[in-house]
Every structure is written in C-alpha cells, then in structure tokens.
Design a protein around this ligand. Structure first.
Ligand SMILES: CC(C)(COP(=O)(O)OP(=O)(O)OC[C@H]1O[C@@H](n2cnc3c(N)ncnc32)[C@H](O)[C@@H]1OP(=O)(O)O)[C@@H](O)C(=O)NCCC(=O)NCCS
Length: 154
C-alpha cells in the first residue's frame, strides 16, 4: 500500500463506495439499505478503511446487543488484501464493541471460505458451532466463530 491507511467511522456518505466493494466481493451482495440500517442503529458498529485521499478500500460492520457483539460483514478490495487492512478493521471493531460493553464477538462464515476462517482464527476466534443451510446463493452451512473480548483485552 503506497499511501497511509486510516480507519474511520462508517457514515451514510460512504455507502456508495462500500456497496461498490460489496458487489465486487460477494455473489449475493448486501444493498445500500442493509448498510444504512446499521449506520442508523444506536447499537450499530461501522468502520471503513481509507487510503489518501479518502478512497474506501474496506469496511467492517456489526452491532452490539447486551454483552454480545456480532460481526455482520467485513471485506477488503481484492487488490489490497494480505497487507493487514482486514486485521486493522477486525481489531478496531473488536475494541469498539468492547468499549460498548460486549464481552464476546460472534460471526458466521461460509463453510467453504477457509481463507476467512484462517484469518479469524489468527485473530483469536474459535469455531463454536454451525448453522445448517444459513446462506443462499449458493446454499451453504455457516461456521459460527467467537472471540472472548475480555480475555483478549487483558
Ligand atoms: C477476509 C478479509 C476481510 C481479510 O482482509 P485482508 O486485508 O486480506 O486481511 P489481512 O491482510 O489482515 O490478513 C489476511 C491473511 O491472509 C494472508 N494473505 C496473504 N496474501 C493474501 C491475499 N492476497 N489475499 C488475502 N489474504 C492474504 C495474510 O498474510 C494474512 O494472514 P495472517 O492472518 O496469517 O496474517 C479479505 O480477505 C476479504 O475481503 N475477503 C473476501 C470477503 C470475505 O470473505 N469476508 C469474510 C466473510 S465472513
């Protein structure tokens, strides 16, 4: 990456860039309303990774409910992967979730998405379950992973 990376809160004005990345990454992408709903939620978590001058290259979104956080979506543009951008987003959204009172963070990942499962495992997430037929387009089971945010903080 040639220019400095910054991690910023996700705002409504970023959603067009986010959705354009989303469409390039997923076969069944979220639309702008999915992301807008999270930005509007008082318990919503949303971060973007930017390179100068404000180009969005990745994002992470989720929410906190009582003492649990959910990481609902994370992606980095294909040509910028493997340089720590996803790791920065994951660490910062975990810190934000913890500061809002979450003790654990959960996520679902396609069973076939081994790269993402390895990425999460390298960041302290363990496999804690499976949801049968969770995904459509194509239909597939989800692996449920979780991390203890309190332990990781210490
Ligand atoms: C999962 C994802 C967000 C990770 O983002 P990233 O910026 O590549 O993350 P990082 O660079 O911090 O870490 C990626 C890991 O893969 C390795 N890697 C190397 N080259 C890579 C490449 N070209 N692409 C992806 N990962 C690569 C990195 O070394 C790193 O390994 P480590 O965790 O052992 O250090 C990104 O790969 C992505 O957008 N994937 C598609 C969307 C997706 O599957 N999201 C998860 C849905 S549940």
């Amino acid at each position: 990456m040639s220019t400095a990376l910054t991690i910023n809160p996700l705002r409504k004005g970023d959603l067009t860039s986010v959705v354009s990345i989303e469409k390039s990454v997923y076969a069944t992408p979220w639309n702008i309303e999915h992301f807008a709903e999270i930005v509007d939620l008082p318990c919503g978590l949303g971060l973007i990774a930017c390179v100068d001058p404000g180009e969005v290259i990745g994002y992470a979104v989720g929410w906190v409910a009582a003492d649990e956080a959910e990481l609902a979506n994370i992606a980095v543009v294909a040509e910028q992967r493997g340089q720590g951008v996803g790791g920065r987003l994951l660490r910062e959204i975990s810190v934000t979730a913890r500061s809002r009172g979450a003790d654990r963070m959960y996520l679902e990942v396609r069973r076939s998405n081994r790269d993402a499962q390895r990425f999460y495992a390298n960041h302290g997430f363990d496999r804690v379950g499976r949801r049968s037929g969770y995904y459509s387009g194509p239909r597939e089971d989800a692996v449920v992973m979780a991390v203890d945010l309190v332990k990781r903080e210490g």
